[in-house]
Design a protein around this ligand. Sequence first.
Ligand SMILES: Nc1nc2c(ncn2[C@@H]2O[C@H](COP(=O)(O)OP(=O)(O)OP(=O)(O)O)[C@@H](O)[C@H]2O)c(=O)[nH]1
Length: 355
Amino acid sequence: MTTQRSDSGLPSILKKLGEMTAIRDTSMVEQSLLRTLGPLLGILETGFYRVNDNNHIIRALYHARKVVEDHGSKRVVDNVEEVTNERQVSPELRNLFDSVRLLRKSCCRKLGMDLLICYPIFGENQVLGYFVFQRDREVTPVEDAIVQGVLEVFTNYFALLDSSQRDQLTGLLNRYSLEANLDRLWNLLSAKLHTGDKNGNARVNCPESYWLCVLDVDHFKKINDSFGHMIGDEVLIMVTRLLQSALRQSDLLYRYGGEEFVAIIAANDFDSAKEAFERTRASIEAFHFPQVGRVTISGGFSNADPNVLPQEVIHRADSALYAAKDAGRNRIFDYDSLIKQGILKAAATGTIDLF
Ligand SMILES: Nc1nc2c(ncn2[C@@H]2O[C@H](COP(=O)(O)OP(=O)(O)OP(=O)(O)O)[C@@H](O)[C@H]2O)c(=O)[nH]1
């Protein structure tokens, strides 16, 4: 059981809300929600689960605080761990999520001597996620009002931040969002590839590597010139939906420029990554676009090696894209093969010195 004295006075609540709304990164705001609610409720371990429209978990965060002795004085160490593997969610928790979603209010279940308590997080009238914690007693009416109030501030602030990081036309995350989150993303890739789980065990079902691909619609200017800007916009929306369907839910897709997209995917090896990017290309080629007919895309990809600076990885993928365009378009090239074949020259810089 993981409770301690709560810190739920008004000045403390206001201070925590002030800290949460000072953050400009959506993922960090999610972490901050747990760092806010845990101490307010006197809970040492809390969880946050974000779900998509199909109620699949797309992001899971665990927050754990520990009081440690440090040279005679006590200090709180807190850590937020991100896990994206749905299989790590217990059947009890899944069942609790279903009840919360259907009843549209907080619910709890007995779990040994404790209670597992879950609150819905709403967005545009649907459940976007769940806040979960475990403790030995029910939530008091005052605590309930605090949690509901903090979740409401969080939801409104998150929606505001999220809209500034999304492209208005396609709804995808925009270039600003990719660039603002590159370092955090790279740290996450590195942690996922090199660390064990929170019990120190090696992760199971963990991908071997990540891959970044820059995809670009071929001859898009011609589409605009021949059919008009509005049809051009429709093509971009349809390309987006086709890319989303061809990629997996857990993959990241950004609108990087006018007709340029960046996809970051997890794959066990080069061949699986190539197959996934090739699948996106083929899905566009196979689709009949109303009025326009055939549209194709070209792509260049590179291993998203956490030891290489992210900007360098984007540059490598971009170089491979330009080689694919030069070679006639409607094809996906990879940076390493182009280097091996002598078509591209390796850049001398761009690695991260880890030691
Ligand atoms: N309709 C529409 N067009 C856009 C948008 N953003 C950029 N564009 C247009 O996309 C076109 C991109 O043209 P180019 O960069 O020459 O590339 P391309 O014609 O696709 O040629 P290749 O990439 O070499 O195959 C430009 O004409 C831009 O004006 C947008 O949001 N909507």
